[in-house]
Design a protein around this ligand. Sequence first.
Ligand code: GLU
Length: 433
Amino acid sequence: MILEATTPPTAPGASQELEDEFNPRLSAEARFDRAAAQLGLDDGMQKVLRTPARELIVHIPVMLDDGRLEVFTGYRVQHSIARGPAKGGIRYAPDVTLDEVRALAAWMTWKCAVVNIPFGGGKGGVVCDPSLLSPAELERITRRYTAELFGFIGPEIDVPAPDMNTNEQTMAWIMDTYSMHARQTQAAVVTGKPIALGGSRGRAEATGRGCMIVTDQALRRLGLERSATRVVIQGFGNVGGMAAKLMARAGYRVVCIIEWDGAVYNPRGLDIVELMKHRAETGSITGFAGGEDIEREEALFLETDVLLPAAKENVITSRNAHRLRTKILCEGANGPVTHAADTILAEKGIFVIPDILANAGGVTVSYFEWVQDRQGYFWNERTVNDRLEEVMVTSFQDVVAYADKHGVNNRIAAYMLSLDRVAQAIRLRGIYA
Ligand code: GLU
């Protein structure tokens, strides 16, 4: 089974315009262009910031369980190393493309700069369908991919982490393979590891916790109370599931969860712990006694106070943004809103917490993990959570202050802030010739 890179998820016959809207690279570039123009960055600097520093494509032969030999394609893109080692996840999916990895790598640069942690941005991907692969096959793919990346990644060079369809087990295999080649244990080569291998307490919840912290800040700004705040969450995995659990525990009314196979709704608030148990027992969120099943296509447009898309890219587009009925949009996923939808959200007066800020809790605790690994000294969970809160609150305030000062929306403000920080690092380092 060779799964070749495919084009973005548009329907056959879709117009070029729509195809472009769904291209994450073009969406990222459009936002970059606006922020760069607003900052008055010169052409040369724009060229440097736009271009990935290094890209690697590897074709990896792997023996499948049935004895067949297959070749998989993997990518690793380091968009920027101006502020520190490249940092960002590795995703496994049948439709990963180099263009997508490039866009996501650039997003990581801006994300790390928004929260002001000393990393550049990178991203990796392997074109494969994990649902069709056994754990042993996934392990062999991961180890061979890591071996091919040896020298290209490293604690001071580029530090991968989990992303779509990869997890702490994947990170443990990467850490082990890298350490075998290095002839010494190198925990800091990846983050998102199991705690027993140098992972950080609080890392698993960090992205969801970060989403809650910035939503808390938005509530303050809009004069809302947690107990009177309805939340609709798309995705019930690492980001959406954790955000749901933490927000329900903190007193928010999580009224709807939307998953790939259905949506469950309770206007009085769902019992998230029970819903998690139900899913563990039945394999689905549907048929839950504590709520009613509703049409998943419609659930996104329920009247709510907070909408938290935490599943995938291109969920809110020029075709459906006008139907949203939320006060706050907290982007837990990377790129859930297309560039073309931004204007519609602004016209509707929706308070948007852009992805590069909203979901930065994950990479922030990744940074804490890297620091702890290098110190060889591990913090308790409270310390991790307190420091995460400090970073997220400061970053939120930086972004809204920038938006107010320059009269731009939060997304462009977040881009401007980060472009400015990266450009400043490049100017200070100078161009080596
Ligand atoms: N994959 C996550 C993200 O997109 C985490 C990256 C990291 O921790 O390095 O932010």
